[in-house]
Ligand binder design. Structure first.
Ligand code: AMP
Length: 395
């Protein structure tokens, strides 16, 4: 049988990311992004292999129009042999513990989870319904960001709040970035010749959104994000953990509304808030090099809190086979990896500066000093994992 192809879709309210994955290749055959969909400025950018990079204005195009525009391009790139469509869905609540084939019942269940992810799940549903119209004869698979963390034990997923809030409102820790934590922890086991089912990892997924995870024998046992993707470590524009009384304090001291505080915590905080400069780690590293005090502090807070989170995650591990860095920052920032590990001397972790410097721009490798516990850099590939899940469900 020749290699099969899967179209992976990640749909936002006004954007749609796509990636055409072939099971025989590590790189996407075609990938791209539709932006400002539904507006006069709608546009499409795409990449074919490494060489071809193109852009086209699609004034007024909505998600459906974009997918129809893509049809011939997808067909050409995979020789008309498309076997399934994989959809990223942010929130699967407690219902979805793994990826599944989409039918009317699944769509209803995803809709029921909208109150838990009011910004993301409606957009993901829009992507599913649009793609079902454009590809009615193909199997469609949903892959949930939360599903990997459904293996958290109750003592890790419950908040110390009245039981009723959990029972009636689903207030608990769900965790996110599950597809990435799952993919890189499996890759780490493969790279070290360990069985996935008998290996223990701390994973730091560090991108614009960041989270940590304790993975034991291929299962998530704890993770830093909670009810929403705001909990946990410092992120690009998100604060991560703050004192839960902050809402009340700002309301009383400044007369701020709930919306004001939510905007602050989600969009004006994190690296951007601390530095007053940027949410982008590259910009902050450059500014730090030029002596920018606030950028330096933002990086220090980011690394210290990340180390604290990793130390906390270690409570869920019976032993440590390695620490894994991934995501745009984890895969590229030599500085963040070194500063973070420097806060964890009690774990015996130590970085080899030369190996650390080599693991950038998509390079996979070990960066620990010989004789100390493993530290790996493993580029994530959520699209590949979604395609793998899609193919597994077709078998
Ligand atoms: P992601 O959300 O995974 O795409 O990651 C985005 C983050 O990765 C941004 O903060 C970028 O600044 C950061 N990043 C990408 N490349 C580098 C780099 N070479 N050095 C430091 N940070 C980087």
């Amino acid at each position: 049988m020749s290699a099969r192809n899967v179209l992976v879709i990640n749909c936002g309210s006004s954007s749609l990311k796509f990636s055409l994955q072939c099971e025989a290749h590590s790189r996407a055959l075609l990938s791209g992004l539709g932006e400002r969909l539904g507006s006069a400025e709608a546009s499409l950018r795409w990449w074919r292999g490494e060489a071809i990079r193109q852009q086209r204005a699609l004034p007024g195009a909505d998600h459906g129009a974009l997918l129809r525009q893509l049809l011939p391009m997808v067909n050409e790139a995979c020789g008309g042999r498309l076997h399934g469509v994989g959809h990223r869905v942010v929130h699967g609540g407690e219902q979805f513990t793994q990826s599944c084939r989409i039918d009317a019942e699944v769509i209803t269940a995803i809709r029921a989870t909208v109150p838990l992810a009011p910004l993301h799940n409606p957009a993901n549903l829009l992507g599913i319904e649009t793609a079902l119209q454009v590809y009615p004869d193909l199997p469609h698979i949903a892959v949930f960001d939360t599903a990997f963390h459904q293996s958290l034990p109750e003592h890790a997923f419950r908040y110390a709040l009245p039981d009723q809030l959990y029972r009636e409102q689903g207030v608990r820790r769900y965790g996110f970035h599950g597809t990435s934590h799952r993919y890189v922890s499996r890759r780490a086991a493969q790279l070290c010749n360990l069985a996935v089912g008998d290996s223990c990892w701390l994973v730091a997924h560090l991108g614009n959104g960041s989270s940590t995870c304790a993975v034991v024998d291929g299962q998530s046992r704890d993770t830093s994000m909670g009810l929403t993707p705001l909990e946990g470590v410092v992120m690009g524009t998100r604060s991560g953990d703050v004192d839960p009384n902050l809402h009340g304090h700002l309301a009383r001291a400044l007369g701020w509304s709930l919306e004001d505080v939510e905007r602050l915590l989600n969009h004006q905080s994190g690296l951007l808030g601390l530095s007053g400069l940027s949410n982008d780690m590259r910009t902050l590293e450059q500014a730090r090099g030029e002596g920018h005090r606030a950028a330096t502090l933002a990086i220090e807070v980011f690394c210290y809190r990340l180390a604290k989170s990793l130390a906390a995650m270690s409570c869920a591990l019976p032993r440590l086979d390695g620490l894994v860095f991934t995501g745009g920052i984890g895969e590229n920032s030599v500085l963040v990896r070194a500063r973070t590990v420097a806060w964890l001397p009690l774990f015996g972790l130590a970085i080899d500066p030369q190996a650390n410097a080599l693991c950038v721009g998509g390079v996979t490798g070990a960066i620990h000093r010989p004789g100390t516990p493993r530290i790996l850099v493993v580029p994530t590939n959520e699209e590949k994992q979604i395609a793998l899940d899609t193919l597994a469900l077709l078998d």
